[in-house]
Design a protein around this ligand. Structure first.
Ligand code: HEM
Ligand code: SF4
Ligand code: SF4
Length: 371
């Protein structure tokens, strides 16, 4: 459930929209709002994550501040989205701890760095930490294999469990109906194509607000992330199934996927940071801006430290760079269920619900025309 004040304010603004209806063809949000006569917290959570923040309705609206109706739908829904990340975050105490996301993420990364470097120096000594290492298993001469593998498994299990718990609570609150394959297929297409970030689909709007650049940069980050994930999976298979220890050759599957993913993430995150710094703050939520910058910075730093580690892996800087890269990954994993990263889960579930609602209303209208 979202904050009652946020629900009341959403109800007020959407009552203006439902009377006006000018934006009903822009995106999925307005028809979904029109279909509701009263709003519960789950409805706002659904609408908030259905909004793709193209900001077209803000530009079109004659009732934005300083008009007395003070309608600002993109800002209202972005603020509500930040509430969903906190309200559905599990365990809730962790979500609350990250209310100051930039400081929280930086503290986790700093603490992880101290623990990792401390453990490496305590077990192998300072000389080994700062010495160059080469050949199979070089990384494990600095950081213990058992500690790295068990730490990675624990973090992954925690991240997946926390995200799954949040997703279940969110799905229950928005009233996600039973599984329907066509709805999942439609939602998957809409998620991959970021259909509603196009802003009405007319095209001309994209140029003015830069939404097409945002979609392109988002594509770099999204596909880069998937490539980096595939790289880690391939590395795990090479090591644990085929018995080939890292560092892997430059022309191996894990390294090629890692480089492609790392460069794409870096380019996309840098592009999104530039676009954000140039965009009009009026239709945005300050809290969401902070979450965006924090996530973009962590993603870019993870990618940059990974690429630097690859470039300098046979030098004396390997131990320090590996420590920094791992500490940033710990921060990324631990904050993922409560920060901007989790948007893809709530957005996807909202798209599924929207696809199901669209099917229900279509079959109802078909039934009406063919009694
Ligand atoms: C179901 C899949 C996904 C969907 C539907 C989706 C959708 C969106 C949308 C609509 C936005 C713009 C509005 C907003 O800022 O919330 C956005 C922003 C963002 N997404 Fe995604 N996303 C998905 C997956 C991912 C993944 C896997 C990543 C990378 C790990 C990612 C990274 C980002 C970043 C960094 C931003 C901030 C962009 C900015 O600052 O303007 N997204 N996403
Ligand atoms: S955002 Fe403004 S123009 Fe659009 S439907 Fe609402 S009140 Fe009308
Ligand atoms: S910002 Fe774009 S996606 Fe969000 S409600 Fe307005 S028109 Fe729809």
């Amino acid at each position: 459930m979202l904050d009652p004040d946020a629900v009341a304010e959403a109800e007020r603004q959407f009552s203006v929209c439902n009377a006006c209806r000018y934006c009903e063809g822009f995106c999925a949000v307005f028809p979904a709002a029109e279909a509701r006569t009263a709003f519960a917290g789950g409805d706002i959570a659904y609408l908030a994550n259905l909004c793709h923040d193209c900001r077209m309705c803000f530009d079109a609206c004659p009732f934005t501040p300083p008009h007395e109706y003070a309608v600002n739908i993109p800002q209202l829904l972005a603020a509500a989205r930040t509430q969903t990340y906190e309200r559905y975050g599990w365990p809730r105490a962790f979500a609350r701890l990250l209310r100051v996301p930039a400081a929280g993420t930086a503290s986790i990364a700093a603490l992880a760095l101290v623990v990792l470097v401390g453990a490496a120096v305590a077990s192998g000594g300072t000389a080994a930490f700062f010495a160059p290492h080469a050949g199979p298993g070089a990384f494990y001469r600095v950081f213990s294999f058992a500690a790295l593998v068990s730490g990675a498994l624990l973090l992954t299990a925690f991240g997946l469990l926390a995200i799954a718990m949040g997703a279940v609570a969110f799905a229950r609150d928005i009233g996600l109906p039973k599984f329907s394959a066509p709805a999942f297929a439609r939602a998957t297409h809409e998620a991959f194509a970021l259909v509603y970030l196009r802003g009405g689909g007319a095209g001309c709007y994209d140029e003015r607000r830069g939404s097409s650049s945002r979609r392109l940069m988002h594509g770099f980050v999204f596909w880069g992330f998937l490539a980096a994930f595939a790289s880690t999976t391939a590395a795990g298979i090479e090591q644990d199934v085929l018995g080939i220890l890292p560092p892997f050759p430059l022309l191996s599957v894990p390294v090629v996927l890692g480089v492609v993913g790392g460069v794409a993430i870096l380019a996309g995150a840098a592009g999104l940071i530039v676009l954000k710094s140039r965009s009009d703050p009026a239709p945005q939520s300050t809290r969401m801006i902070v979450l965006d910058y924090t996530f973009l910075a962590v993603l870019a730093l993870v990618a940059l430290s990974g690429l630097l580690l690859l470039a300098l892996r046979s030098t004396a800087a390997m131990g320090s760079l590996l420590g920094i890269h791992l500490a940033l990954l710990v921060a990324l994993y631990l904050t993922a269920p409560y920060g901007k990263f989790v948007h893809f889960v709530y957005r996807y579930l909202s798209l599924v619900k929207h696809a199901q609602e669209a099917r229900t209303s279509q079959s109802a209208s078909n039934g009406g025309s063919h009694p």
